[in-house]
Design a protein around this ligand. Structure first.
Ligand SMILES: Cc1cc2nc3c(=O)[nH]c(=O)nc-3n(C[C@H](O)[C@H](O)[C@H](O)COP(=O)(O)OP(=O)(O)OC[C@H]3O[C@@H](n4cnc5c(N)ncnc54)[C@H](O)[C@@H]3O)c2cc1C
Length: 458
């Protein structure tokens, strides 16, 4: 029969979840607050932007900057960047049958390069283990692949629907338990389950745990994301390496990754006071001026010339502000649960935010596929598997963030030594950094629960 599942938020977590649930025989509908532009074709598929989270209207077309320039002037909400998905997240795409398309339209990478400070001296460059491939891809491209696949299976994507509140009814003799969501436009939707993928500022989380007092926490990290189109033959185009240029004393860094389609996605991080208003991540309209300004800034940091050149030639730049969210001990109340950044928003120091969301999706879809008639059990097991895992990764992320920024020469020396050792370990022993198999974790947890039925009911 399958369940009627309401997904709030059409970002990376919501879109992937909808695809997986449809494949598992459920009826999933995504309700997204943004008015996302729908592409034309046999099925209407939302088009997405590219920044740190979420659905943003865009008609970014990498093969036509004329179109792009016109849109840039007319659309205020267009956000650009690439994203790196690590092997643990890619496993979910593989299960859902979209990995090949993602590989084809992005760029596979298997090396990590860390450069000492901003002057380009290498700290370490190492090859990841054979099964620890990354894929770097434009967010909009990835979103499109996911939403096309989901639409083909009948997933509905309803735009302009901002969740404001929800109510739940418990099961009785005459009716099943259900959730009704109220949207800001006065409409509502009812389903068997509400899975909230509404990002790091999740309204659902606020409503579920009103006393939790866990507002998003500013990390001190402000910066710029950008995209540069490279000419054929540019050595950066074929780089299968993600490159990090760090200046720990001045708390600045630059990352670069090739994302396919002759594009390079970069980010420049600086540390500043929290802005009075959260940046909307909308690209600058006057991007040539911003590109020039940023290139000059990098030159003042003595950044390698090819880096400032790439940034000076940017086609799109957005300002960003980065937040963290404290880990919490429960994500579920009744038939409502959280997923992705709504459950465990974390800063991007380890590039694990989306991969954590994908692991969540893998676990939840697996469980709802096995026990479609017992969603309460699925949510219980989901939390048991996912809360400890994401809490641990969020903690490692915070430690990584702290170690990247230090004024102490001793701490820097130790940090760089650690990084070198890590690189040696990975490349010498083919050590897998991203060896997490969500399906194995589901099996493990179900065995534990089977061994102790009383405990598993909690
Ligand atoms: C600078 C930066 C770089 C990053 N790079 C990486 C990387 O390389 N690799 C990686 O794995 N992770 C990365 N991350 C983390 C990653 O972006 C997030 O973890 C990921 O986007 C989370 O996806 P999500 O779907 O949970 O949330 P989001 O992508 O934030 O999506 C939430 C969606 O919900 C919608 N929404 C919000 N409120 C409502 C509401 N009330 N009603 C309806 N809809 C609503 C929003 O419009 C949005 O579409 C990065 C983050 C930052 C900040």
């Amino acid at each position: 029969m399958g369940l009627d599942i309401i997904i709030v938020g059409g970002g990376m977590a919501g879109s992937t979840l909808a695809l997986g649930l449809a494949q598992a025989g459920h009826r999933a509908t995504i309700y997204e607050r943004e008015e996302v532009r729908m592409s034309e074709g046999l099925v209407a598929v939302p088009e997405f932007g590219d920044v740190g989270g979420g659905a943003r209207p865009t008609i970014y077309n990498p093969s036509s900057y004329d179109v792009f320039a016109v849109v840039l002037l007319t659309t205020k909400k267009m956000n650009p960047t690439g994203i790196m998905i690590t092997a643990n997240g890619l496993q979910v795409f593989k299960t859902f049958g979209v990995l090949d398309a993602i590989r084809r339209q992005g760029q596979s990478a298997n090396r990590n390069s860390y450069m000492n400070r901003i002057d380009g001296t290498p700290i370490t460059c190492f090859k990841m283990a054979a099964d620890d491939e990354y894929v770097c891809i434009m967010r909009s491209t990835l979103h499109k692949i996911l939403n096309e696949a989901a639409s083909a299976l009948g997933v509905r994507f309803v735009c302009g629907k901002r969740l404001e509140s929800f109510t739940q009814t418990t099961a009785s003799e005459t009716q099943n338990a259900s959730v009704t969501v109220q949207f800001a436009d006065g409409t509502s939707a009812t389903g068997d389950l509400l899975i909230a993928a509404d990002g790091i500022r999740s309204k659902t989380r606020e409503l579920l745990f009103p006393g939790a007092n866990d507002k998003p926490i500013y990390t001190g990290l402000r910066g710029f994301l950008g995209i540069t189109r490279l000419e054929d033959g540019d050595p950066w185009l074929t780089k299968s390496s993600i490159s990090f240029y760090m200046d720990t004393s001045n708390r600045t860094s630059v990352n670069m990754m090739s994302v396919g389609n002759n594009l390079i996605s970069w980010n420049v991080a600086d540390h500043q006071e929290e802005p009075a208003e959260v940046d909307s991540w909308v690209p600058y309209a006057d991007f040539p001026r911003e590109a020039e300004r940023l290139a000059a800034l990098l030159e003042s940091w003595n950044a390698p010339k090819d880096i400032s050149k790439i940034i000076g030639n940017a086609h799109r730049i957005s300002p960003i502000t980065v937040y963290d969210r404290k880990s919490i001990e429960s994500w579920t109340v009744g038939r409502v649960t959280l997923i992705g950044d709504a459950a465990h928003g974390m800063p991007p120091h380890l590039g694990q935010g989306t991969s954590m969301a994908l692991e969540d999706v893998g676990v939840l879809v697996d469980l709802l596929g096995r026990f479609p008639d017992d969603p309460d059990r699925c949510l219980r097991v989901y939390e048991k598997i996912r809360i400890p895992r994401t809490t641990k990764i969020a903690e490692q992320t915070r430690q990584m963030g702290a170690s990247q920024y230090t004024k102490s020469n001793m701490q820097r020396f130790v940090g760089e030594l650690g990084l070198k050792f890590f690189g040696w370990l990975v490349s010498t022993f083919d050590f897998r950094v991203y060896a997490y198999d969500y399906a194995v974790e589901v099996e493990k947890q179900l065995k534990i629960d089977a061994a102790s039925p009383a405990a598993s009911a909690k």
